[in-house]
Design a protein. Structure first.
Length: 735
């Protein structure tokens, strides 16, 4: 029912926003494009529900993804209605779930006052279980078990519901038994982990209809922010609650669903109308942030995704208003950093505030070049959402190895790495070393050289310590004759440090490995370890926080929800962006999420966007050649200005001529379009019969091939480079 009487709250809204606010009854999906005023719609809708007396604050459930967003929403609603919102159920999924559990703890085998354990406690509990069952934690790390259990909970699986293939993912099929033992141990401790804060409320509502009815009576209206980022258990929990009044309003943008790697399901928002028949769908398409050219470029790019509901952002300005997207080709990653630094300085000279500039990267390891360049130029910068490159844990660990190889006297480095990775040389083993170091006035490494020949340590530990000392001596000899980058790679490999992160199954491990590879790249610029370590000391000293005007550096994921006048996007090359891990997924799922990342990155900008791609990048001790990202070919040409000069970013004509024979951007772009023909035009859902035998096809991961046999949708394909594989027809396109 639409409210007949106009409200002052609606006066400053556009027509689509008013529709989203006033559609109060029944299921409502608000597709809110980037920069279309989503937060204002949410807060005004909440205020409108209270102002029109459709519901008391205590009868409204508003779910957000961060505590900060919940706090801001509550404050804005209070300001709009001129009164307190006390009683309003507003918070994150975990916050609301915890409040539910406090009221019904005994029904889910908990007692009042239960404890919520943190991530470290979860890993500690997993380690206890592995020790109790004699499972080798080096082969099956506790952190991996903890990660899997949280993933299972996010998918809504109890131990009894765990699929066989998931149970087999850990310790040769013992995953289910360990999960059950983990839950039993939590109950004996009267504790819950973060996964339980959603899984247990869901099971509570599902298994106790009387409790579900109580919550149905309480919540007359449900509002959900960022619905495209919900995972399976959040989706299931919301659907149960929404069965009561049916008044659920979900706000989100399928084109900004970029968290698939942590369990978010873009399908939740795509199937909203199927889940809630008769739902009202409101599209917020008027953009209040970016220029028409930026919007046109972003819209042209995202139109290539098949899995989307569809909307087109617009502004009242003319189609050609604003600067075109600037695309620059450079020779190397170092040249890219120099070109970005020059651009930032030029904008500064034009009085452009640094606070309104951002460098957005696909992967955290890309930040190093820009950090060092900004330090050289004296440009203040901040790293958003993470530590600066040389402050990251894995980098400090690796530097500690290099420092100890450089000199025996670095006791801080010795203490950091003596048991990293674990060698059985913990705090007890350090006691005799410290005692001897104090009495003999020597370093800990010097004390270790003495203790290995004494009896202060058990024989097994003395053998381990002797191997460590021999490794330090061997690496020091290696450093005297080999290049620093080669030495660092040998140290990281032989110490077992790289292997430690390769075995780690947490979501952070791949990024840590990429950072270690980038550290090796950084060493290639120096003659010896001493020169590099001195450089690092100066860089970290110059990294002291500076208040005031600073350019921001962050990843695409962390930029979501932010906006800047100028956005700089380096590293648009195949395998970096789209990232090679995303391309390894069957079908277009990974690629489409990467394209949504590109869309998010572009729509952070208000006035200008500059994209860079490098022809070469150094990885370890060799240089790789790169093709420009396929996403560059998908940007509408009329809104892009490419740098046509073949010498931009190259040091001289001969270097350019020797390195490449066809590096002119327009020609390279033409090759890119030939290689990925299915991406040349906006995608449309495939219809009709599957490709028949002898049909030439293209697959995003395996490339070109020819169909040998077709059994309905199942194809037997001979790929030109990947060999023979069986692929579903939905994952290929005619070549």
């Amino acid at each position: 029912m639409q409210d007949a009487c106009p409200s002052p709250l609606l006066e400053d809204l556009n027509e689509a926003q008013r529709e989203a606010v006033r559609a109060l009854d029944g299921p409502v999906l608000v597709l809110a494009g980037a920069g279309t005023g989503k937060t204002r719609v949410l807060t005004v809708r909440l205020a409108h529900l209270i102002e029109t007396r459709r519901a008391w604050p205590s009868q409204i459930l508003a779910v957000t993804f961060t505590n900060k967003a919940a706090g801001e929403m509550s404050e804005r609603v209070s300001a709009l209605i001129g009164q307190s919102t006390a009683g309003l159920w507003i918070g994150t999924f975990h916050n609301i779930g915890a409040r539910m559990l406090r009221r019904h703890a005994e029904l889910v085998r908990l007692k009042a006052g239960y404890t919520i354990i943190d991530t470290d406690d979860q890993v500690r509990l997993a380690r206890e279980l592995l020790e109790a069952t004699n499972i080798d934690e080096k082969r099956w790390p506790p952190r991996m078990l903890s990660f899997l259990i949280q993933r299972w909970k996010d998918r809504g699986w109890t131990p009894d519901q765990l699929p066989a293939d998931e149970a087999g993912a850990f310790a040769h099929g013992r995953g289910q038994a360990l999960y059950r033992a983990y839950q039993e141990r939590l109950e004996s401790l009267n504790a819950a982990d973060f996964g339980d804060l959603l899984l247990k409320p869901y099971r509570l509502l599902l298994d106790h209809p009387d409790v579900l009815e109580t919550w149905h009576r309480r919540f007359r209206y449900i509002l959900v922010d960022e619905y495209q980022d919900t995972n399976a258990i959040q989706y299931l929990w919301l659907r149960l609650l929404a069965r009561g009044s049916g008044n659920i309003c979900c706000v989100g943008d399928d084109d900004q669903s970029i968290y698939g790697w942590r369990g978010a399901e873009v399908g939740n928002i795509l199937k909203f109308e199927k889940d809630f028949p008769g739902a009202t769908v409101v599209r917020l398409e008027r953009n209040y942030r970016s220029t028409p050219r930026i919007l046109a470029a972003a819209s042209g790019l995202i139109a290539h995704n098949r899995s989307r509901l569809g909307k087109t952002l617009w502004t009242p300005e003319g189609d050609d208003a604003g600067e075109p997207i600037a695309v620059h080709g450079v020779w190397s990653g170092e040249d890219e950093a120099h070109a970005v630094g020059d651009m930032v300085e030029n904008l500064q000279r034009k009085k452009h505030p640094l606070n309104e500039m951002a460098v957005l990267v696909r992967a955290g390891h890309q930040t190093r070049h820009f950090e060092e360049r900004f330090i050289t130029l004296g440009v203040p910068y901040r790293i958003i959402g993470g530590r600066r490159f040389y402050e990251r844990r894995e980098i400090r660990d690796a530097l500690a190895y290099l420092r100890l190889v450089r000199q025996d006297e670095d006791d801080l480095a010795f203490q950091r790495i003596i048991n990293l990775p674990k060698r059985g040389l913990g705090e007890k083993s350090l006691i005799p070393l410290r005692d001897h170091a104090r009495s003999a006035h020597t370093s800990l490494l010097g004390a270790a050289r003495y203790v290995v020949n004494a009896t202060a340590l058990p024989p097994a530990r003395r053998r381990t310590l002797r191997l460590f000392i021999e490794s330090i001596d061997r690496w020091r000899a290696e450093a005297s004759r080999a290049a620093p980058a080669e030495t660092a790679k040998i140290i990281l490999d032989e110490s077992g440090y790289t292997e430690m992160w390769q075995k780690d199954k947490s979501i952070h491990a791949p990024a840590r490995l990429e950072n270690l590879r980038e550290l090796v790249v950084a060493l290639a610029d120096f003659e010896n370890l001493e020169e590099f370590l001195d450089h690092v000391s100066l860089v970290t000293e110059g990294d002291a926080a500076i208040d005031g005007d600073m350019i921001s550096i962050m990843t695409f994921h962390l930029a979501k929800g932010l906006e800047f006048d100028t956005v700089i996007l380096p590293g648009w090359e195949e395998d970096l962006f789209p990232h090679k891990r995303a391309l390894e997924e069957d079908g277009n799922k990974g690629l489409e999420e990467e394209r949504r990342l590109a869309y998010v990155a572009l729509t952070r900008a208000r006035q200008r966007v500059a994209i860079f791609h490098a022809a070469t990048r150094r990885i370890f001790s060799h240089t790789t050649s790169n093709l420009p990202s396929r996403f560059l070919a998908e940007l509408p040409g009329e809104h892009v200005q490419t740098d046509e000069s073949p010498l931009v970013g190259y040091r001289n004509q001969s270097e350019f001529g020797e390195a490449v024979t066809d590096s002119n951007f327009s020609r390279t772009l033409a090759r890119r379009q030939q290689q990925f023909p299915s991406r040349d035009a906006p995608a449309t859902p495939t219809t009709g019969a599957a490709p028949g035998p002898d049909t030439r096809i293209f697959h995003q991961k395996f490339g070109y091939g020819r169909v040998l046999k077709a059994d309905g949708e199942k194809l037997d394909i001979a790929f030109e480079k990947a060999g023979r594989k069986k692929i579903m027809a939905a994952f290929v396109t005619p070549a």
